[in-house]
Design a protein around this ligand. Sequence first.
Ligand SMILES: C[S@@+](CC[C@H](N)C(=O)[O-])C[C@H]1O[C@@H](n2cnc3c(N)ncnc32)[C@H](O)[C@@H]1O
Length: 145
Amino acid sequence: MRLHLITVGEPRLAYARLGWDEYEKRLRRYHKVQVTRVGGRTQAQESEAVRRAAGRAPLVLLDPRGRQFTSPELSAYLDHQGVGGVGELAFAIGGPEGHTDELRAGAHLLWGLGLLTLPHDLAMVVVLEALYRAATISAGEPYHR
Ligand SMILES: C[S@@+](CC[C@H](N)C(=O)[O-])C[C@H]1O[C@@H](n2cnc3c(N)ncnc32)[C@H](O)[C@@H]1O
């Protein structure tokens, strides 16, 4: 499956860069991964850049108010999208103000990692690890306990 990871900005802190690189490398064993960093001076510009980067791929927006998944549920969701769906998904992590209401209204899914607001850097690492964990579940491998 093709997973397009779109982030507003880059991981800035050292731990987040290390975490991103590690889980991106692991995730590439299971999926075709594309990474796009976008920017903008305003929330509206950031969301427009996310929309353009996603193109025609169904867009999953990371949003604290979104649907929460267990890891097996996330694995099943990705399997469904990969096998029964279009075979690609775009995931977008927003900037300091999050995504605009307009972008949220047009999204395929809002995905919440929990009710806490995470810093942008940490959210990036959690998303990648969650996608990697889901991939190992789908593959029947023992990483997930
Ligand atoms: C600092 S947060 C922005 C918070 C913003 N006030 C909002 O409500 O979206 C930066 C980005 O990290 C991601 N993020 C942070 N916490 C999250 C959570 N609990 N679930 C999903 N995504 C989260 C979102 O993509 C968000 O746009």
